[in-house]
Design a protein around this ligand. Structure first.
Ligand SMILES: Cc1cc2nc3c(=O)[nH]c(=O)nc-3n(C[C@H](O)[C@H](O)[C@H](O)COP(=O)(O)OP(=O)(O)OC[C@H]3O[C@@H](n4cnc5c(N)ncnc54)[C@H](O)[C@@H]3O)c2cc1C
Ligand code: FES
Length: 339
């Protein structure tokens, strides 16, 4: 990437950074070590809202759902969907809590191949020339040739020296990028990745037991987290629970194939569509994933560290239940909503 560099000045202090031409305001800030607020990097959550005080920016997705009609009237923008066209002064509140151990970088990878996980989820494997540095639970943006839009996918594997990045992708009907990955991507193809990103990563320093909750393709980062905890000798004392919800029995993976130490993880999977559970002779749990939690975890639910990933409605129900019914402190709940 060329460093034509516009200078971005954050109002109210002496924080400024250089924004390489073509890079968006959020990732350029994070690359420069400035903790700009964010969650999804995908225009969905609205966490990266900011005001332009001077200068010119280009909105890459003007209709992004992360902005309300009121935000638009007030001229607010999303840092993950804007790139500067000049030097700018912006109003946004950075904080160190938005920085990860590794700043995001853009690099080339080669697609190696894929393997089936469930009826509509495949794991896609890529290799870069440099080590894959991320914390389990994080995600990266994939830039497939010819698409012109990036998509966020969470890593399902562990950080590694070989440069391997694995993602579990659900095939969305008529979805632009997921369909391309399932139907057109060929081993040897070159794909650019920008990452790591995301704040719902494993807190290995937490003394609490670990509860991971996933719906659909939210499985990827939760597998990365439970496998990391199970494999680290220093975390031997932590109990690990993995709750997974799917619509039909065909949505439930064979967990033993994906867990590095199956004996360490208490897995509970539930199917929500009663008719499909019935017709497939499903013997396991039925209902929604949040209903499972209350049934399966005993004692003080506020004593655990929670990690969640999947569809926004599922995350919202579980977070509300944990915080309101069980008084779990917000700082013990870490989630990525898959917008
Ligand atoms: C943090 C995070 C992590 C995720 N992790 C996973 C994962 O591990 N596995 C998985 O299967 N999915 C994951 N997703 C969802 C994934 O990023 C895609 O939304 C999904 O694969 C559908 O993409 P598509 O192109 O196939 O579908 P489409 O319907 O073509 O695209 C839908 C998505 O594209 C984005 N979008 C739409 N229009 C624009 C535009 N004009 N400019 C920019 N973006 C646009 C929106 O985010 C929207 O949700 C994650 C999402 C987020 C936010
Ligand atoms: S981080 Fe920009 S909308 Fe979510």
């Amino acid at each position: 990437m060329k460093l034509t560099s516009f200078t971005i000045n954050i109002a109210g202090g002496d924080t400024r950074y250089l924004n390489a031409e073509g890079d968006n305001l959020l990732r350029a800030g994070l690359r420069a070590g400035i903790g700009l607020p964010y969650e999804c990097s995908a225009g969905g959550c609205g966490s990266c809202k900011f005001d332009v005080l001077s200068g010119e920016v280009e909105e890459m997705w003007p209709d992004a759902p992360g902005l309300s009609a009121k935000d638009r009237v007030r001229g607010r923008r999303l840092a993950c969907q804007c790139r500067p066209l000049s030097d700018c002064e912006i109003k946004i509140r950075p904080g160190p809590e938005y920085l990860s151990a590794t700043a995001p970088a853009r690099f080339k990878t080669q697609y190696l191949g894929s393997r089936q996980v469930t009826v509509d989820i495949r794991e896609f494997m890529f290799r870069a020339e440099q080590p894959a540095q991320f914390v389990p639970g994080q995600y990266a943006l994939l830039d497939l040739p010819g698409v012109g839009q990036l998509r966020a996918y969470s890593m399902s594997n562990q950080p590694n020296e070989a440069g391997d990045w694995h993602f579990m992708v659900r095939q969305v009907p008529n979805g632009r990028v997921s369909t391309l990955m399932f139907d057109a991507l060929q081993p040897g193809d070159s794909v650019e990745i920008d990452g790591p990103l995301g704040l719902a990563q494993l807190r290995a320093e937490s003394p609490r037991d670990v509860v991971c909750i996933a719906g659909g393709s939210g499985l990827a980062p939760m597998l990365s987290i439970v496998n990391a905890v199970a494999m680290q000798p220093a975390l031997n004392e932590r109990a690990i629970w993995l709750f997974y919800g799917g619509r039909s029995p065909a949505d439930i993976p064979t967990f033993a194939d994906w867990l590095h130490k199956p004996d360490r993880v208490q897995v509970t999977a539930a199917v929500s569509a009663a008719a499909l559970a019935e017709s497939d002779g499903w013997q396991g749990e039925r209902g929604f994933v949040h209903e499972l939690l209350g049934r399966s975890l005993s004692g003080d639910l506020a004593a655990h560290e929670y990690y969640l990933a999947g569809p926004p409605p599922m995350i919202e129900v579980v977070v509300r239940m944990l915080m309101i019914e069980h008084r779990v402190p917000a700082q013990q709940i870490h989630y990525d909503r898959f917008f």
